[in-house]
Ligand binder design. Structure first.
Ligand code: C2E
Ligand code: MG
Ligand code: MG
Ligand code: MG
Length: 284
């Protein structure tokens, strides 16, 4: 069945329970090998644009697995397996180092890295991040860590301590998939964060659904009112972009502006690589 679907649609979660377990084990061991240096894991970078649609404000690192069979697995699926199998610490550390190493080679104002809730439950995480920053030479202010609301639902002291320590060190904390959880208001009252990313499930409905429009407008107003930056994710149409601009949204990410790119493709965009900066400075 998996074969019939072809490479692009390998279904790890299809089949009965035994099958499922076997496939997860297989994914786990292949992931382990990849992390032990066999390669195959990469990062793609999706630029985030200013509302004018031209200027690149930064980029989000998104993990990709080029495995011949499992490579078609969406990131969310193999990350869930990595979390379940105790591999997320290593995978997360690899992604963080790789993204920081890449960012120092660019003129990008910042790079954003997705962080699993499990990483934030580790009291040593803030120190791990500081170590990666000094090893790679990336200024803390150029690193943004994206986490989801679900993590903040847990009334977990460690997570609060880790987030505070990260912000103290100059790293910025971004609340991803904003609007999909339930605790956001109480969390925002209790803790500081730096940016909210409005989930694409709302953005997707903007042009057709009046209540989605009202919710997004309210979320943007909320962010502006509490002086937190706001990004809309999953912007796919000009109509969505125009509505968001009208609502005061200043940062956008989505297929309309750019899909996630290979590092080389991102570097080729204007203003991203330092070599490019030097070239245009020399021309001027
Ligand atoms: P996310 O952080 O919310 O990332 C945005 C997802 O939306 C990415 O999917 C991206 O490719 C996709 N996307 C961007 N623009 C559009 C658009 O206009 N339309 C649509 N339909 N989709 C768009 P991707 O790369 O499959 O990643 C899925 C999720 O996996 C991410 O959601 C993030 O939660 C997680 N993830 C990715 N990389 C990492 C990582 O290095 N570590 C951890 N812990 N999680 C990661
Ligand atoms: Mg994200
Ligand atoms: Mg997101
Ligand atoms: Mg999302």
């Amino acid at each position: 069945e998996a074969k019939k679907n072809g490479r692009g649609r390998y279904e790890v979660f299809a089949g009965d329970m035994d099958d499922l377990l076997l496939r997860k084990r297989k994914v786990e061991s292949e992931l382990r090998k990849a992390l032990e240096g066999e390669g195959g894991i990469k990062l793609a970078y999706q630029p985030v644009f200013a509302a004018d649609g031209c200027r690149i404000l930064g980029a989000e690192a998104l993990i990709r697995w080029g495995h011949e069979v499992h490579g078609a697995l969406p990131a969310a699926q193999f990350i869930a397996i990595a979390e379940e199998r105790g591999l997320i610490g290593d995978l997360g550390k690899w992604a963080l180092s790789e993204a920081c190493r890449f960012a120092v080679r660019t003129e990008l104002p910042w790079v954003a890295v997705n962080i699993s809730p499990m990483q934030l439950r580790d009291i040593g995480f803030a120190e791990q991040v500081s170590a990666v920053l000094s090893e790679t030479g990336l200024d803390p202010s150029r690193l943004q860590l994206e986490t989801t609301e679900s993590v903040l639902l847990e009334h977990n002291d460690t997570i609060g301590t880790v987030i505070d320590a990260l912000r103290q060190s100059g790293v910025r904390i971004v609340l991803d998939d904003f609007g999909t959880g339930y605790s956001l208001l109480s969390y925002l009252r209790r803790h500081a964060i730096d940016k909210l990313k409005i989930d694409r499930s709302f953005v997707r409905l903007l042009d057709e659904d009046e209540s989605a429009r009202a919710i997004v407008k309210t979320l943007i107003e909320l962010a502006l009112a509490i002086k937190v930056e706001v990004t809309a994710e999953g912007v796919e149409t000009e109509a969505q972009k125009a509505l968001l601009v009208g609502m005061g949204c200043r940062q956008m990410q989505g297929y309309l502006l750019s899909p996630p790119l290979e590092p080389g493709q991102l570097l080729a965009l204007p203003g991203v690589s330092s070599a490019d900066r030097e070239r245009s400075a020399a021309r001027a």
